[in-house]
Design a protein around this ligand. Structure first.
Ligand code: SF4
Length: 505
């Protein structure tokens, strides 16, 4: 793939040969020139698609109609191929091809990224392969050199009883209807291990409906190898100063609104923060807030992550200076030292010092993927960076019900950190469906506020968790002296609505 400011157009007649199938194993990298603008936009669309694949895969069984309908809607919306070999979908196929290779470059950079990318790409291929008609499946298998010998009708009739007994969910009628293929054992290892297939003389007799397991095996092997090869060529790619920031951005990409532009600037009172931290902060920020209140200090990584989040929820520069100073001088930092040292970096993060960059609050991907916390740090994403026992204890302390903790830990085990966070949102806000795809701590906050203020429907009937959370508010807030001020009185009135939400009938 080459990158330039102009794009070479293919002759219209060449197009069908380039993508004879809507589905592919992405074996050949694209060779046309594309602009950097298109490079980024294709990559972001695929990232949106893979995020949707991840979300849907955790929310619904992959075989359900809801999963299929929702995934097709995403493919349509983002203009990726969504129906097998539809005529005239050259642009969609091209987008599919090029965007896969761009994200491959961005997501080969670490083990975590590779694993996530591989998983989502596999789920996407599984869905798309299963949408093919039997004859298109056959064509695709030939296209990717996985053409297996179809079992003749005579042989199938002869083996009908064995096929029926060895293939779960198959009746004699279904055996008669379905085409079976003779597949070498090496290709059918997963089916063989799961005892889901009839074996005879070194061959597995695989029904068409189970061929997807074989296709996915083959795809996984090819893509894993390709990611490892791409990772080895990274130093050369990273020396390209146009690509390096783009790829880095993509692997930490956040594809939602820009939270550096705050609509709510100045609407938050400092006295509200303790209560808000319990009700509306995601776990990462709740943890930072608690650590700050307890030790009256945060190290650089924590100050950046938390400070920018607070800026994103609407703290003005003056409020931020006041907030951090009040807390730090309760610890080992005196007012003079604060003004000379820490105040500068706060003004800097608001774009008032140095290069005057108005820094953006960190997205989940950035927090999850970069700068892992070490001993004494409180930044990072607890779902990614805490060990599971510590995470369990934190969740217990925040009164998350045991069944919910188990669900969250399962998601964490599968490396679905943002989905674990969404589950935490559902449990602490008592909603059945989070109703959004979480990408950003400030998005978590905004959605929480929307829900708690009644601007969003979907809250369940109050239960014990509600009162537990309420107790946690007073627990976590008890060390903070906050004599009522005019603004805090107004804020208290505003918060009354929230209090009512957590109060048991
Ligand atoms: S998933 Fe995002 S919002 Fe949630 S705890 Fe992790 S970094 Fe924070």
């Amino acid at each position: 793939m080459e990158f330039s400011s102009s794009r070479v157009k293919l002759k219209t007649g060449d197009r069908p040969q380039l993508y004879p199938h809507s589905l592919q194993f992405y074996l050949e990298p694209p060779t046309e020139n594309i602009s950097l603008v298109e490079f980024e936009s294709l990559a972001i669309d695929r990232l949106k698609l893979l995020k949707a694949v991840e979300n849907l895969g955790v929310s619904y069984a992959r075989s359900t109609e809801t999963y299929k309908t929702k995934l097709e809607a995403e493919l349509r919306k983002l203009k990726f191929p969504y129906r097998a070999l539809a005529e005239g979908d050259y642009e969609a196929r091209r987008k599919d091809h090029i965007s896969h290779f761009i994200l491959r470059l961005a997501y080969c950079q670490s083990e975590d990224l590779r694993r996530w990318f591989l998983q989502q790409e596999m789920d996407l291929l599984r869905y798309r392969f299963n949408q093919l008609t039997p004859s298109l499946m056959q064509k695709f298998l030939e296209y990717v050199n996985l053409s297996f010998e179809a079992v003749s009708e005579d042989l199938k009739n002869e083996l009908a009883e064995e096929l029926c007994a060895s293939t779960p969910g198959f009746s004699m009628i279904k055996v008669k209807e379905q085409t079976f293929y003779k597949v070498g054992l090496a290709d059918a290892v997963d089916l063989f291990r799961a005892r889901r297939v009839f074996i005879k003389e070194g061959f597995a007799y695989v029904p068409l409906k189970d061929i997807d397991a074989i296709v996915l095996n083959s795809y996984r092997a090819k893509l894993s190898k390709a990611l490892a090869v791409t990772a080895r060529s990274l130093p050369a790619i990273q020396s390209d100063e146009r690509l390096q920031p783009l790829l880095k951005h993509l692997s930490h990409a956040y594809v939602g609104p820009d939270y550096s532009v705050q609509k709510s600037t100045g609407k938050i009172s400092l006295e509200d923060i303790d209560a808000l931290s319990v009700r509306s902060f995601p776990l990462c920020m709740r943890q930072l807030h608690r650590a700050l209140r307890d030790s009256h200090h945060l190290r650089h990584g924590g100050r950046m992550q938390y400070g920018l989040f607070l800026k994103g929820i609407g703290l003005t520069l003056e409020q931020a200076l006041d907030f951090w100073k009040r807390e730090f001088i309760r610890g080992k930092v005196d007012a003079d030292k604060f003004d000379k040292g820490y105040a500068y970096s706060i003004r800097h993060s608001y774009g008032r010092e140095g290069r005057r960059t108005d820094y953006t609050p960190y997205s989940c991907m950035k927090i999850i993927m970069s700068n892992p916390p070490s001993q004494g740090d409180y930044h990072g994403c607890p779902f990614r960076h805490c060990d599971s026992e510590l995470l369990r204890q934190k969740l217990q302390a925040y009164k998350v019900p045991p069944a919910g903790i188990t669900q969250i830990l399962e998601l964490v085990k599968g490396m679905h950190y943002q989905l674990a966070c969404q589950k935490y949102f559902e449990l602490t806000h008592e909603v059945d469906d989070v109703g959004f795809s979480l990408n950003h701590p400030n998005q978590y906050f905004t959605e929480s506020q929307r829900l708690l203020s009644g601007a969003r429907e979907g809250k369940k009937e109050p239960s014990n968790l509600g009162s537990s959370q309420q107790k946690s508010v007073s627990q976590e807030s008890k060390n903070v002296s906050s004599a009522p001020t005019p603004s805090s009185t107004a804020a208290a009135a505003e918060l009354e609505g929230l209090e009512a939400y957590f109060t048991e009938d």
